[in-house]
Design a protein around this ligand. Sequence first.
Ligand SMILES: Cc1cc2nc3c(=O)[nH]c(=O)nc-3n(C[C@H](O)[C@H](O)[C@H](O)COP(=O)(O)OP(=O)(O)OC[C@H]3O[C@@H](n4cnc5c(N)ncnc54)[C@H](O)[C@@H]3O)c2cc1C
Length: 421
Amino acid sequence: MTQRITVVGAGIVGLTTALALHDAGYEVRVVDPALPGSGTSAANGGQLSWAFVAPLAEPDVPTKLLGWLLHSDSPLRWVPSLDPALPAWGLAFLRACRRKHALATTRTLLTLAEQGRPLLADWRQRLALDIDWRANGKLIVYRDAKALDAARHHVAFQRSQGVEQEILGRDALYVREPALARHGSALAGAVWTPGEEVGDCAACCRGIAEYLKERDVPFEQRRIERLEAHAGRLVAWHFNDGERETRRRDEVLLVAAGLSSRALLASAGLHLPLYPLKGYSLTVDLTEDDPVFDASVTDALRKIVFARLGRRLRIAGMADLDGWQPRPRASRVALLKRQAADFLPAMAERIHASDAWTGLRPATPDGKPRLGPTAIEGLWLNAGHGALGWTLSMGSAQAIRHAFEGDDTALAPFRLDSRRN
Ligand SMILES: Cc1cc2nc3c(=O)[nH]c(=O)nc-3n(C[C@H](O)[C@H](O)[C@H](O)COP(=O)(O)OP(=O)(O)OC[C@H]3O[C@@H](n4cnc5c(N)ncnc54)[C@H](O)[C@@H]3O)c2cc1C
């Protein structure tokens, strides 16, 4: 009998995993009460950021924390709360900011991202995915010459890891992206990474789900409320409608439920160190006359990304420690609109009129997702992709597939150690 794998979660992480396992010949089933790609994968920045995978936990972050707490217009914001989950996560985050640790994480994530890139290329062709994909390169633009100069260290490190990347001065920047030239002397230059890509993550979720459904992969629109484990084995799970389902012999339950993975694992006695990093996006329809860049553009100071997805412009930013509810804060939406309109004044009216979307990034303290089998037999995990779930989902799915097939070497840096945060 073929081994059955029940994937919990139909976001980009669950769906890429389900597809990779289906391709390998496993009997796959997907369980999610929501429509495919309607969680955090719904309206993200669209960046297939193969080369920009450095974790948020970087060496200079601890010194900036106070500023984030005090300034409401900071791109990263910490809204103080009495959430008992925050102190342990916060301490682990600060530990992960050590230089050696951060560089090791970047190296590990570069490998994971690169391993996934050919998989997306294959799926785009084979599944005829209609995802507004483009190999457009990425410009990180700096207003300040000192900040641009400081980016040289990072570029040198990236190049030592095989990433093609260069610093462009102002003139070279405007030759590469003439639509930015209106900023004149306000921009100092940019870091240019030609290998970066862009695509619509939610459309990719829908395309994969459609492909799997056509091949009779069952999608159950139910929520798994809690897991039941005894003596180190997963024995059953409970749905929101009250049904208890006993685990089949040899069946694996693979939790890819984004942020909610934390609560599901907790119901089986495992600690998964996830905390929500709230982000915002705007989507604006483009007209023929709009001065839109070909490359993806990131405003380094404000940490806002602008990416063209077909005839729409996706604008995304903010990383807020602001609790577990995906409710938008009016002040943050207003700030994102103001800053985006300031960058693209020709589109200001439509930017201000656009609807804002909010998503909770499922963030681990060190920026690495947690993948593979857990300490409980029959329970696997693929969660915690933080700000990079679209980019890292393919590599993670591939690593999981290989582990099922007997080669678990790629999982080594990502295993869940439930004793530590
Ligand atoms: C503003 C913003 C911009 C971003 N930009 C980028 C970017 O440019 N590039 C990039 O790579 N990443 C980006 N990200 C990150 C990326 O969007 C996430 O890492 C990714 O979407 C997480 O995918 P996921 O499948 O883990 O979670 P989700 O998409 O949230 O999917 C989880 C699914 O699990 C289901 N679920 C939850 N609990 C249960 C349960 N108990 N039972 C059954 N099902 C359950 C949910 O309904 C949901 O459908 C961005 C995020 C934000 C917020």
